[in-house]
Design a protein around this ligand. Structure first.
Ligand code: 9WN
Length: 419
């Protein structure tokens, strides 16, 4: 059974492999996405190490001069996705979007390096990627934390990777929609519109893109000029974990300057994470940086904080909080609290379970000694696959598979968990 699932998962990766990068799924997402690639490389690394390294190399080949790594790389023309390269208009030789995504690559290369069978290849690849990943982290702390708080802000919901989370609802109300170009969505032709973000949300996504474009995609300006500035605990935890993993990798490779700076980013970040603790919810929560206030939204972003080395008592509180969610969700971890009024079991990031987030939470809880909850989450991932195949995301009550099918990073997580 286990071997069978691994074989099927490899098949998904092969079908979505475009040679030097993978698409998240054919049809709905025909390009390379940033955190999809880094997490998918973990899956490849179990059966083709060279291909795993290539996936991340391709991503970093499109890094901007300031260090930013874009969230989409439009390797080839495809009208099946909106917004395409003409809307972003970032002026890159190979078109890219102009925003970023969760910085999971540092974590991924460390993990692939540590368990690599081909040590020569791993050392060569990691040595070449190290300064690039570090430059991305430096960019984050320079351009997304200009006040030096230790935590970075996202400027667009797509950056978080949790596009329509309840977390952004209030802040999104302040994003205008006037002057938004007329457009035709393509996602709703591939997936059930009831499972996707709303048209109102799309208008605001596009307003922000147009606004940043009008500022020439100058990252030195965007932070202060954006009406949407959110400090997301999950996003920051991923960055912090990558900084600390990169520090360890740099030490092994004798790159002491990178090691020291990466360690300093992580230490400062972990201390600052505590400002996001929401005692009322019993978990971390987002902060609206434009208002300077915590957002009372019980989403998975605050649980994903466990991916970095938060204090033990906080990790224990997160495990307990997830235990409470298990009273109303058959499958962990719902992306929003099922007891909250905004919960929607089918609509994208407003309730469904995502295997990649599960994997990161479970990995962090395991490191923090919360083994029982970690194992429960890993086993729920496999139960979902057995019931509904390699979907993009799942209903936490019924296990229904939603969004795109044959999904690359879902398959990669299955290989990672079962291998
Ligand atoms: C926008 C590719 C991406 C993921 C995101 C997920 C979804 C895109 C979209 O798909 O976002 O970036 O068009 O909905 O929310 O996490 O990286 O799988």
């Amino acid at each position: 059974m286990r071997q069978d699932l691994i074989e099927q998962a490899r098949g998904v990766l092969r079908r979505n492999d475009r040679g030097a990068y993978t698409v998240p799924t054919h049809g709905l997402y025909p390009f390379q996405w940033n955190w999809d690639s880094a997490l998918s490389a973990l899956g490849f690394s179990h059966f083709d190490e060279a291909r795993a390294w290539t996936e991340i190399e391709t991503l970093f080949a499109h890094q901007w001069a300031d260090g930013m790594v874009p969230h989409i790389i439009f390797h080839q023309q495809d009208d099946g996705y909106f917004p395409g390269p003409d809307v972003w208009d970032t002026g890159r030789p190979v078109p890219t979007s102009g925003i970023t995504q969760p910085a999971v690559a540092g974590f991924a290369i460390r993990r692939i390096f540590d368990r690599a069978g081909n040590r020569t290849l791993a050392e060569r690849k990691a040595r070449a990627l190290l300064p690039r990943v570090h430059a991305w982290h430096q960019w984050f702390y320079r351009d997304r934390d200009p006040q030096g708080t230790g935590l970075v802000a996202i400027l667009h919901p797509w950056e978080s990777g949790r596009d329509n989370s309840v977390d952004w609802d209030d802040a999104f109300d302040r994003v205008p929609t006037d002057g938004v170009m007329p457009f035709r969505r393509r996602d709703t032709a591939h997936a059930n519109p009831a499972h996707r973000p709303t048209d109102e949300q799309y208008k605001r996504y596009i307003w922000l893109v147009q606004h940043f474009r009008s500022l020439g995609w100058d990252n030195a300006k965007l932070h202060d000029a954006s009406p949407f500035r959110i400090v997301d605990p999950g996003f920051n935890a991923i960055l912090i974990r990558s900084c600390s993993d990169l520090a360890g990798l740099a030490e092994k490779l004798g790159e002491m300057e990178i090691a020291e700076q990466s360690r300093a980013f992580a230490t400062r970040g972990i201390a600052a994470m505590d400002t996001l603790w929401n005692g009322k919810l019993g978990q971390y929560a987002c902060q609206d940086r434009a208002l300077g206030a915590l957002i009372d939204s019980p989403s998975i972003g605050g649980l994903l904080a466990a991916f970095c080395a938060i204090p033990e008592h906080r990790a224990q509180a997160i495990a307990e909080r997830i235990g409470k969610l298990a009273q109303s969700a058959r499958f962990l971890v719902p992306s929003h609290d099922p007891e909250a009024p905004e919960f929607d079991s089918l609509r994208y990031w407003r309730g469904p379970v995502w295997l990649i987030v599960n994997y990161m939470i479970a990995d962090g809880l395991k490191n923090a000694g919360q083994r029982a909850m970690s194992e429960r989450i890993f086993s729920d991932c496999i139960r979902l696959i057995e019931e509904s195949g390699f979907a993009e995301y799942y209903d936490p009550i019924t296990a229904e598979g939603c969004g795109g099918g044959d999904f690359t990073w879902t398959a990669a997580m299955v290989i990672e968990i079962l291998s």
